[in-house]
Design a binder for this molecule. Structure first.
Ligand SMILES: [Zn+2]
Length: 147
């Protein structure tokens, strides 16, 4: 039985495997309509072994990436919008609003990041680690790309 590529401890679950579609060299172009051409590439799908727990953890991480990014960048953006809409509020406020907002946002982002890391603790690697899977890596070294 294969071991999960992402936690390196639990056995992999076939239903939870991560499919990586690889694109190889161009095979040619075919006319598919009036002035319409489709280019065909050599393609291959690689199953990266993954367990059900890591699949769920990856889903959780994907879901939280955006809110965390928003918490981090949102207040900076809002600060800039406020100062650009209402013009200079006086030197102090122009500094206090964006900086204060950024600090609060940073605090929320760090807190959410810690919570997320605790909740998905059993999974060592993010989905991007699929690029390092031997079969994927080998094809990449031969000039293939991940889809
Ligand atoms: Zn796993």
């Amino acid at each position: 039985m294969e071991t999960c590529w992402f936690c390196e401890t639990r056995p992999a679950d076939t239903a939870a495997s991560l499919k990586v579609t690889m694109r190889g060299k161009e095979l040619g172009t075919r006319k598919t309509g009036f002035k319409e051409y489709t280019t065909y590439y050599d393609a291959r799908t690689i199953d990266v072994p993954r367990c059900a727990t890591c699949e769920a953890n990856h889903r959780t991480r994907r879901r939280w990436n955006f809110p965390i990014g928003l918490a981090f960048l949102g207040p900076i953006g809002i600060g800039f919008v406020i100062t650009s809409l209402y013009g200079p509020l006086g030197t102090l406020l122009d500094t206090v609003i964006p900086c204060g907002g950024a600090l609060i946002g940073l605090g929320i982002a760090v807190w959410l990041g810690i919570r997320l890391a605790q909740r998905t603790k059993g999974t060592k690697h993010n989905e991007g680690h699929k690029a390092e899977f031997p079969a994927v890596k080998e094809l990449r070294e031969q000039g293939w790309s991940m889809q």
